[in-house]
Structure formats: structure tokens, C-alpha cells
Ligand binder design. Sequence first.
Ligand code: HEM
Length: 424
Amino acid sequence: PPATGYLHGMPETPETSQPELFTWEFAADPYPAYAWLREHSPVHRTTLPSGVDAWLVTRYADARQALADSRLSKNPTHHGRSSGRTGIPGERQADLMTHLLNIDPPDHTRLRRLVSKAFTPRGVAEFEPRVRQLTERLIDGFAERGSADLIHEFAFPLPIYAICDLLGVPPEDQDDFRDWAGMMIRHAKPGQSGGPRGGVARAVKKMRAYLLELIHRKRADLGDDLISGLIRASDHGEHLTENEAAAMAFILLFAGFETTVNLIGNGTFALLRNPGQRELLQASVARGETGLLTTAVEELLRYDGPVELATWRFATHPLTIGGVDIPVGDPVLVVLAAADRDPARFARENTLDLARKDNPHLGFGHGIHYCIGAPLARLEGQAALGALLTRLPDLRLDAEPEDLRWRGGLIMRGLRELPVAFTP
Ligand code: HEM
């Protein structure tokens, strides 16, 4: 079969022609293409811009099932059609590879249990005042000016500083993390996952060296931060090596920053483009309520979530998804953004409804790799949107929506910039 457009078991002549994937236009608005795929080729074989062939799973029921299928491994060595290289960031930094998103049980179970001991929902909840203080401080930085780029001045620094604080990175070192993180997300092209080339590789290397050194220091002087928690958890029977602890800290940073940047960026953009919904939320926040803010963050994750495609999975056994046979060794990409707009699961799938009740979105994944940072992401999302609507009540977009540039990475979906204006 041809590498692209292989319509397995689907009608020969679809009503409309197959949309092009991974162009800049697609990056700006992939939803029409995903609607086409869901309908005409729900489990779709395609060639990614990196040259790797992969299956895209776009229907909600298939996506949910695939995310929980133990025959789909997260370990890239199960990739059968190439050297096993996928372009996953950090891949060539072998020591950072043993992190949760690249391993299967039983190693995954052991590491996840250890990190869960240190990274508890209760610990995150106690962190709430600090997140609020951070959001206020960042807004103070531009509130007098009447305009800002919300990505660079707000959405980007907030999660970096938050995670650095949680991990126990001293304040004087946090701007280094901001720089390294910036280098790691800057270079993505449509359909690529920003692999560790050039500046990215250097940033990953510096981060790793720093984390190893910090872990070493903390070992001698344990505190109440997350890195100390990881070290301590390893001291109670189970063992976490320094490399594993560094990989864990790295994945918490890596998985936790660009995602949260995009939750705040995509979320604010969606609110600005849906004035009726924004007004409802703003009025609710002004009354001091939290109920609508809570469902709003879930709906924003569903409607235009940060993670467009779940991270790589590889078939270790022959399996069938949505009636399509997947050969052993083939990469499978679950398209969360397509599944979360599946009309078979979500009524008025293309409508932003901040009060939506029945909303089991897949924005945080599903199954054993379900996002371990979800409580922190929710806290940051609610704090950020609540603070923006309170402090800048007449916040408005300062650009034509179609002029905004999207990053266009393979896994993540997010804006490069979000220019806004407001009364100082
Ligand atoms: C896993 C989304 C924030 C840490 C995941 C997965 C998704 C996701 C979809 C599963 C990927 C897969 O199965 O292939 C998000 C979104 C976030 C967010 C949308 C923000 C809105 C965070 C934060 C942290 C974090 C703040 C930590 C500080 C992780 C980790 C995993 C993960 C460590 C791997 C868990 C495992 O494999 O067991 N996230 N995430 N995430 N996330 Fe998040």
C-alpha cells in the first residue's frame, strides 16, 4: 500500500478529497482535517515529515482503547521500521531516556509509584498560594503597559518558575531553566517533535548536568521539595538511581512546561474568540465562584488542548484498532485533539461550552500513563485564567486571529505569540 492516504477498508471515493496534513495551514487549524479523518479514515496510515510511517488514531472510542492497550509499548526500541529513532526529544541523551513516557511495566510501575509518593495531589494543593503569587507577579510586569505578549510574558514563565519551585531549584538558577526551556521549544516545524538537534541538544545537556549536580547537593541536605522527595522515596526500600532521579526531574519539567504554556495560551485565545462564554466566566470569577472556572479548564483542554497527539506507542503484538490491522513494530499516534471532538462522544463537538458537564476528555491521556501532573496543570490553568480575567477585565486580542502563528510541532499544539491589549 502507498505510505500516505492508505484508506484501509474505507470507501474508494470519499465525498471530499483527503486533506493535507502537517502543513502550516494544518498547524493553524487541524480540526477540519481531523473531522475528515474521523469520518473517512479513522485509523490512518501516514508518513510524518520526519519520514517515519505511523498510524493516526482519531476516533474517541479507538483512542481511549489504544491508550490503555498493553500491546502498545512506549519503548522506542520496539519501533520496527527504522533504527528506532523517532525524533523524541531527549532520545539521544540516553541517560534521560529512562523516564515514565518511554518505559513499560514493570519498570514504569516502579518509577511511577516512586514519583507518586513525592508528587502528591495534596502537596500540589499546598502549593496553590505560591502559584497565585507567581501569576500576580507576572501580571504586575505588564499591567501598566496596556499591551503584552501573553505567551512570552505570562504563559511561558509561569509553569517554568512553578516547576522549578516545586523541584527545589534555587531562585537564582531559575532563569537558566527559562533559557534552556526556551531553546527546547523554539525550533519545531510542522509535524516534527523538535528533536534534540543543535541548540536543543545543548540545552538538554546543560539541564541534565545541572539536575545531576542539584540531586547530588540535595542528597547531603534534604529539604521539603520534590527532588528531596524523590531521593527520600528511594531511601525507603526501593531504589532510585541518581540518573533515574535526574530523568524524573527532567520529564516533570519537560512534560509540565510546554503543555501548561499551551493550556494558558490556547485557553485564553479560545476565550477571546468566544465573547459570550468569556463574559459568563468573567462574571462568575468576579462573584468569587470557582465552579465554572473548574469546568472551563476541562472544556478548554477538550476544545483546543495542549497535547495534539499522545506520545509515541509501538505495536509489540499484532493488534486491530477500529477494524484495522496494525503490524508489529508500527508506531501508533493517538490523536487526542481529534478524539476530543468526536461527535460520537461529545454533543456539539465544535462548540466551546465552559459549563459542559459530561466531559471525559482525553487531554491528559488515559490508562497507566495518565498525566501525573494533572492536579498541578489544573491549578495553574485555573489560577492563570482567573487572574487574567480579574486583573485585566477588558483584555482583548491585539491581532487578527488568522495572523497568529502556531508552533506546529508534532506532539504539542500552541501559539508562538498572543498579542493582547487592555486598559492599564
Ligand atoms: C503524561 C498532558 C501538564 C507531567 C501526560 C500525558 C498527557 C499529558 C496527554 C500522557 C501521554 C501519553 O500517554 O502518551 C498534559 C497536559 C498538561 C500537562 C495537557 C497541561 C495542561 C503536566 C505537568 C506535569 C506533567 C504540569 C508535571 C509537572 C507528566 C508526566 C507524564 C505525563 C510525568 C508521564 C506519566 C506516565 O507516563 O506515567 N501528560 N500534561 N504534565 N505528564 Fe502531563
